[in-house]
Design a protein around this ligand. Sequence first.
Ligand code: MLT
Length: 325
Amino acid sequence: MKMFLRFALSALCAAVAPSAWAQAAFPSKPVTMVVPFTAGGPTDLVARGIAQGMAKPLGQPVVVENTPGAGGTVAATRVKNAAPDGHTLLVHHIGMATAPALYRKLAYNPLTDFEMVGMVVNTPMTLIARSDFPAKDVNEFVAYVKANKAKLNLAHAGIGSASHLCGLLFQSTIQAEVTTIPFKGTADALNALIGKQVDFLCDQSTNTTQHINAGTVKAYGVTSKARLATLPNLPTLDEAGLKGFEVGVWNGVYAPKGTPKPVIDKLAAAIQQAMKEPDFRKRMADLGSTVYAPEQSTPAALAAQLKSEIDRWGPVIKAAGVYAD
Ligand code: MLT
């Protein structure tokens, strides 16, 4: 009987100990937050804001690592293959949902190869052009692009990036195809636009607001349902004539599959804490971005959002016949 009790006790300890240990010991070193695009761009901005706010509740620094390439799929593959111990995270956006349709040889399944940690912010995009672009509003812009499509080029951050998707939607809406120029992030694409090396770009308001206000780029419209309080003179693309043109770029945080639940819980709580930081909220609001409410940013909310966006974009991309490979 004694023998049986000892066996039962050690079996119980074996069942309980790993997760209790994982929670107590985590994090045992700095956490790496992998960003799928270049430094200084919109995803990087969100990642750095959240990383800063997570450090205090976690008791360890959260270090941002930029791993750009192939529309974000290089970074996602890197995190999929990382140790599932919570020390390597991925911050990604809508591209996590569109990659399965765009990349037929994708090295991961977004729904089954990751643990969901939380949703962070939602950011609209702005349609902008080089500062000397010869069109004063959306109607003139569309007419000019249609008439000059052979000589115009559209910058984006790689196939599957938000700027690529928004650009695709724009071209299919106006029924005109232009040459597209991929960069490794819209930080670089925007610099090329400011330098007039490319003609136009669809990019998140977090990256473009200050350049629109400074006049270093020309803005035509925003992809949100309503105008932004931060850019009140900029019409929505819908009201300017591109009916139903709406794109919101949502950011989520992921960990490798198999990361213990207590670790995910600790990370999710740290993200929620970071999202409450007044400085982070103000920075995001000033740039037209919306921080998700606590109940919209849970791991379950991210899982639901990812699934519904895969279901939404998959058929659109397949019908368009656009593939990265
Ligand atoms: C970035 O951080 O560079 C962007 O999110 C790229 C994009 O998806 O357009």
